[in-house]
Write a protein that binds this ligand. Structure first.
Ligand code: ZN
Ligand code: ZN
Ligand code: ZN
Length: 139
C-alpha cells in the first residue's frame, strides 16, 4: 500500500511532462521565402528580394522558408511575450512585431538538421533517416 502511494506523484509528473511535450512545436502556419547563403549561413531580410548572390562571398543564393509569427511584447517587462495582446503594469501592448524563425529539416534518428533536404548530414550509423520539418518557435 505504501509503495502505491509513493508511485502516484511520479505518475502525475509523467503525465504533466507528456502534456508539455505535446504542446512543444510550431504549427508553421505562416511561412515566407527568403534568400539564403549556404556558404556563410546567412538569411537575408525580407526587403532584399532582388539580390541573387551573397554580398559577402558572392555565392549563389537559394530560397528557404521562414516561419513568421506575430509576437506581442510588454515593453515595460520585455520578457513577457505572447501570441496575443498583453496587459502589463496597466498598459495594453497590442502592437505586434513579426517573430521569424528558420524552418529546418530535422532527422528523427540522429537529430542532424539543415534548412534544405539535400543538406542534412546524418551521423555515422544513423538508421532512421526520416526527416521532419521543425521550427525553433515554442509553439
Ligand atoms: Zn555568403
Ligand atoms: Zn540521421
Ligand atoms: Zn514557427
Amino acid at each position: 500500500m505504501r509503495k502505491l502511494l509513493l508511485a502516484l506523484p511520479a505518475l502525475a509528473f509523467v503525465a504533466a511532462s507528456a502534456y508539455a511535450f505535446a504542446r512543444v512545436g510550431c504549427d508553421m502556419k505562416t511561412t515566407e521565402k527568403r534568400w539564403f547563403c549556404k556558404k556563410c549561413d546567412k538569411v537575408y531580410p525580407k526587403a532584399e528580394t532582388k539580390i541573387r548572390k551573397c554580398t559577402d562571398d558572392k555565392a549563389d543564393l537559394v530560397q528557404v522558408d521562414l516561419c513568421v509569427k506575430q509576437k506581442y511584447v510588454a515593453l515595460c517587462h520585455p520578457t513577457k511575450t505572447g501570441p496575443s495582446p498583453i496587459l502589463c503594469c496597466g498598459v495594453k501592448y497590442d502592437k505586434a512585431t513579426p517573430d521569424e524563425s528558420g524552418i529546418f529539416q530535422t532527422c528523427q534518428g540522429c537529430a542532424a538538421k539543415a534548412r534544405l533536404v539535400g543538406d542534412v548530414k546524418h551521423m555515422d550509423g544513423c538508421a532512421d533517416k526520416r526527416l521532419k520539418k521543425t521550427c525553433a518557435h515554442a509553439g
